[in-house]
Write a protein of this length. Structure first.
Length: 156
């Protein structure tokens, strides 16, 4: 059931528009959804959630895209603002972007991975992606499951 919710439903609902809804709870709730951030589609149905481990900082800009994967891929790949992760290896190895610019982190593996940019952690399920923005200039390592994977240079 979890596999269906984590893979099939996001693929179906991405095209109809989703909005992030923070439903993180940690008040002793022992349900399987006790530590999660959910997203709802425009019809109000829960579409996808991201598990949040206690003590993990999830980026406030975690985005459930309203465009489908193909549209996001076309936009960010053409502009050169996409990191593709396969076997936890980032491609390209480095990227320079302007401060506030959006870029895509794209998990092409059949397993979930934790992609970290600085102190921000994105839990990407298999074949999922996020559109992110770094809010501070500088050079940031990007790790995949704790190992070095790529680097992003954010310029003013």
């Amino acid at each position: 059931m979890l596999f269906l919710l984590a893979t099939a439903i996001p693929l179906i609902t991405m095209g109809v528009g989703c909005a992030a809804r923070n439903s993180t709870t940690n008040s002793g709730d022992n349900s399987p959804y006790a530590n999660s951030v959910a997203a709802t589609n425009t019809n109000g149905n829960e579409a996808v959630w991201v598990d949040v481990e206690p003590g993990t900082e999830v980026a406030g800009a975690l985005t459930v895209a309203t465009k489908g994967y193909t549209a996001a891929l076309n936009l960010y790949e053409k502009s050169g603002a996409r990191f593709q992760f396969a076997n936890c290896s980032g491609n390209p190895g480095s990227l320079s972007i302007k401060l506030g610019a959006k870029f895509m982190i794209d998990n092409r593996d059949n397993a979930s991975h934790k992609i970290a940019i600085g102190a921000k952690i994105y839990q990407l399920s298999a074949y999922n992606y996020a559109i992110v923005t770094v809010q501070k200039a500088g050079s940031f390592n990007i790790t995949c499951d704790g190992g070095g994977a790529a680097r992003v240079e954010v310029q003013n």
